[in-house]
Design a protein around this ligand. Structure first.
Ligand SMILES: [Zn+2]
Length: 255
């Protein structure tokens, strides 16, 4: 018997991905890490494996208990996760999307966020970086809006077999994007260099593996992809102090 950690239903089996047979052959050849296509949907609440895995990671690492009273930014919110987070009563819970369709969601462009520096304790931005014009601009914005010590969760598909991220000069047509990047509206396929993007924006952290964080959670029973790591990064707590020192140093130079 399997168990959905989102709706807490015991289910007899997981549903396959509806487009399982249309997967780009290149994604299979490269071993791209994303959804598990056979244990994909929950027959009770229809959440997908990525969401179940994300919540298991958040719960297991204690992140869930830190949400109460925190200031949280959630971009492209996953409906099942949004409900859970709201129930945990963050102090503020800002939800937004480039093309919002749900009540309570703001129109937000992750590459140009309308928030002051150091506004949030936690930013959640899953499955966005493969769509944006500039992942570096997006990560710099997320970094800017987080407080020192703040966390970013940003699950993203990637192909660890590739040394570098694959991108074209021009946004490709949908068929080419599906073949090269795995989905019609993706504009890149991250490679094994993906953590360098986060580090270049100032974040610290590494991809955390299922076998490390969730060794007792059977991927079959909990319906997740054991090859999908947890993308959690943090803004160094010393950032504010370093910046203050730098500013003081610059002021002294000017004087
Ligand atoms: Zn469910």
């Amino acid at each position: 018997m399997a168990f959905c950690c989102i709706c807490r239903a015991h289910v007899s089996e997981w549903l396959p991905h509806p487009n399982r047979d249309k997967r780009s052959p290149l994604m299979a050849m490269l071993g791209t890490v994303g959804s598990n296509l056979t244990r994909y949907g929950c027959p009770a609440c229809h959440c997908n494996d990525r969401l179940r895995h994300l919540w298991l990671y958040m719960d297991k690492t204690g992140l869930a208990t830190r949400l109460a009273g925190s200031d949280v930014l959630h971009l492209a919110p996953e409906p099942g996760l949004e409900r859970i987070i709201a129930d945990l009563e963050p102090a503020t819970y800002v939800r937004g999307d480039l093309n919002p369709t749900q009540p309570g969601h703001q129109r937000l462009d992750v590459e140009s966020l309308p928030f002051a520096d150091e506004t949030f304790d936690l930013a959640i931005c899953n499955h966005v970086l493969e769509h944006v014009n500039s992942p570096m601009r997006a990560l710099h914005e997320l970094f800017r809006c987080l407080r020192p010590g703040g966390l970013l969760i940003a699950q993203t598909p990637f192909a660890p077999a590739m040394h570098n991220t694959l991108e074209l000069h021009e946004r490709p047509d949908p068929q080419t994007a599906h073949l090269l990047f795995g989905q019609e509206d993706h504009v890149r396929l991250f490679g094994g260099d993906i953590t360098r993007y986060f580090h270049a924006a100032g974040f610290e952290g590494e991809l955390l593996q299922h076998t490390t964080l969730l060794p007792d959670f059977s991927p079959t029973e909990y319906g997740c992809n054991e090859h999908e790591p947890f993308f959690v990064f943090w803004k160094p707590a010393t950032h504010a102090a370093e910046r203050a020192n730098r500013t003081a140093g610059e002021a002294a130079t000017v004087c």
